[in-house]
Design a protein around this ligand. Sequence first.
Ligand code: NAD
Length: 323
Amino acid sequence: MARSRQRAVVTGGAGFVGSHLCRHLLDTGTAVLALDNFATSAPDNIAALLDRPGFEFVRHDVTEPFPEIGCADIVFHLASAASPPDYLRLPLETLRAGSLGTANALELAERHRARFVLASTSEVYGDPGVHPQPESYWGHVNPVGPRSVYDEAKRYAEALTMAYRRERGANTAIARIFNTYGPRMRADDGRMVPTFIAQALSGAPLTVAGTGEQTRSLCYVEDTVRGLHALANSGHPGPVNIGNPHELSVRALAEEVRAAIGSRSALEYIDGPVDDPQRRCPDITLARRELDWQPRIDRTEGLRRTIDWFAGRTLPPAHTLSP
Ligand code: NAD
């Protein structure tokens, strides 16, 4: 009997982006099975989803073979440490999630003849020599630096995805996600938006890494998950950049957060991380043309929603960051 409702598997479904993706899929009529081992997240993120019809959760490490999961139309593979402190703390786990985890998720998609969507990253461009970065740019990555555990895991995951597509005819897509922010980031995950917000809310100095002149382009999480869903629903193989092309310096972001909160915290300049990309901005021509997608939430609105969310919570003691 034909099923009336699509069903998606979301690995890393309890994470920051994954939990928003699960909610978005449920809101738009897709049933969801989320899998996660809570390596870098907590059950809180999905607590509000557990009672929703069509939502299921299984605790599972994607580097192990998948359990019997029932049917699947789409497999979104997000499971991986993603923030620099997390992947530097979990280097081998990060490489395993990108390699073994991606292979297991591809096998699962193939078994169910499901569409496979890889959550790759702008980090595949490394410290880019081309600006803004189109998908055709091959990147500038240090393969043996400390960040390589993440960058190269994702580059391998992209290569594996393309090999399944070419060799086995798998229905695959690659999304290159740029810096995403929003509610449910961990205040202590080391990424710049939650770090600046937590510092400004607690009156601590805002720690700007390096000169602060390095740039980032920030996409609100609702826009990112809409982009991932649009890619899943298209026939496009990617890679497709999913990000917000409004670029700003890290120092300017710190000042914006401080002004939005009305904080008098000082900016404190600290050493930048090794191999920190100096410029980061997506060229989203392809996503606009092929997915009819572009970000809708501007930074003022996105920061307001994120600050409101953090302001309603008990924050850990102030700490520093590595954006
Ligand atoms: P996150 O750390 O909040 O979420 C990742 C989730 O994966 C966590 O819930 C973690 O517990 C889970 N996980 C890690 N290893 C696992 C394993 N072996 N088995 C099962 N679950 C595992 O990070 P996020 O920001 O939500 O990122 C989600 C995905 O999007 C990642 O693949 C990341 O590389 C990609 N991405 C995110 C951004 C961003 O700005 N947030 C940018 C580019 C790419």
